[in-house]
Each structure stands twice: as structure tokens, then as C-alpha cells.
Design a protein. Structure first.
Length: 238
């Protein structure tokens, strides 16, 4: 449900086949004993990185909850490589996403008692920007969810997206973007975004950052339109 960019490596998260009252299935975020995950940790024996939508076997050793990040599990990536079991596609993928929409997203976005959830917002908009001078690239998504007044996500600029595939799509779209001084931008409102994606529905995986200055920030760690979209990820330029 998430393969994301971090400054020091990557982060990943998904469901395991254990029931959960709010999220239907239990979220898990694999972590290592020391240091951040690297792309090689979440790659198959063939060298191909794991991608969102794949059902994968991992060697989860034991839970390693870290305050709000209750979903952390210590994982052995040395003796047991990730193994692909199957991939969710088409109607099966759409049904899975619909079934697993979180029943209490405020626990993540407002109360911060856990750190991962799947949403189906009523409104979604997207922004991409590239500073051609510094090379700084940003992908952001804003959304509104009934009954959950999360201030940062409902602003025009939205919140950061760390999803590798979505960031790759944004780089592609920026080739047709509007340039202003040293910045190229693409901004899409709800209708324009759905039209460009050819999407009937759009789901978002939301994760909370690690604490920084006694705060945790919401991030979009997975973007899941129905139907799905195609994008080629340049793993040397995330």
C-alpha cells in the first residue's frame, strides 16, 4: 500500500492478514534493527523493487512499536528476500480498496494514536512543481474528508506526497507544465485530476512522519486511483 521516498532511503507499508477494528486488516510498516530501509531491502531476488499493489511474503520477526508508529515491525531482509505472491489488479484491486477504507481516520489525522490509514476523500487536488535552478521537486495533494477537519490537508497547497510512482508521474506531467521564472508547475483541481487520470474513484494511503520538533506531519504515502495508472519509476531520480 506504500513505497515511498525518504531522505535517508525508503519506507514501505501494507496490510497483513490480521483483523483490525478500524482498518479491517492490520497495517504493518517493516523496519530494520538499525538504519533506514534501502531500495535493495525491498527488492526481489531478481533485483526488481517491490511495487504498490503487490502481495509479498516478508519475514516479520516481532512488533517494534514506536509511540504513535504502532505499526512498526522488525523485519529480516538478510536471510529472507521479499517474495512476490501475486498482484492485485482490475476489479479485485478496486474491491479491495473499497473494502479497506478506514473507519476511524481521525485516529491518524487528528488524535495521532496510530500512523497509517486508507482514505476515500470527497475532494482531491494535486500540485507538482520543479525549481529548475535548484532541482528541487515537490509533489503535493490536498483533500477534504467529511467529519475529519484536518487543516493542513485541506489547504490549497496540500501535503507532501512521498509515493514513488506518483512522484514519477508528476515528473512526466511537468514536461507539459507552465513555467514561471525558474519554476515549472502543474496544478489540477478535483475534476481535472480525475479526468487526466481517467479515474472513477481515488483512494489515498496516509502516513504520519516521525516526530520532528515534537510534531508529526501527515504525508500521502500511496495514491490509488481506480482504474490504476501507469508510470515508469526512475529509481536514480526519486
Amino acid at each position: 500500500m506504500a513505497m515511498t521516498r525518504m531522505l535517508s532511503g525508503i519506507c514501505t507499508a501494507g496490510y497483513v492478514n490480521e483483523p483490525h477494528q478500524a482498518s479491517v486488516l492490520q497495517w504493518v510498516r517493516p523496519v530494520k534493527e538499525f538504519n533506514s530501509l534501502l531500495l535493495g531491502d525491498m527488492s526481489f531476488a531478481s533485483g526488481q523493487p517491490v511495487q504498490v499493489g503487490e502481495v509479498v511474503a516478508l519475514n516479520l520477526i516481532c512488533p517494534r512499536p514506536d509511540l504513535t508508529h504502532a505499526e512498526d515491525w522488525l523485519t529480516d531482509f538478510v536471510h529472507f528476500r521479499p517474495r512476490l505472491l501475486r498482484r492485485l489488479e482490475g476489479e479485485q484491486r478496486a474491491a479491495f480498496l473499497e473494502k479497506h477504507v478506514d473507519r476511524d481516520p481521525a485516529a491518524v489525522l487528528i488524535r495521532q494514536t496510530r500512523s497509517l490509514c486508507l482514505l476515500r476523500p470527497e475532494q482531491v487536488w494535486a500540485r507538482f512543481s520543479l525549481d529548475t535552478y535548484s532541482g528541487k521537486y515537490e509533489a503535493r495533494i490536498g483533500f477534504r474528508l467529511t467529519g475529519v477537519p484536518h487543516a493542513r490537508s485541506s489547504r490549497a497547497e496540500g501535503i507532501p506526497v512521498t509515493d514513488l510512482k506518483w512522484r514519477a508521474l508528476g515528473r512526466c506531467w511537468l514536461q507539459e507544465g507552465v513555467a514561471s521564472r525558474d519554476t515549472i508547475r502543474v496544478t489540477l483541481d478535483h475534476d481535472a485530476l480525475h479526468e487526466r487520470l481517467g479515474a472513477e474513484t481515488l483512494y489515498l494511503s496516509i502516513g504520519l512522519s516521525r516526530p520532528y520538533r515534537q510534531q508529526m506531519w501527515a504525508l500521502v504515502v500511496g495514491v490509488h486511483p481506480v482504474p490504476d495508472y501507469a508510470a515508469s519509476i526512475d529509481y536514480d531520480n526519486l
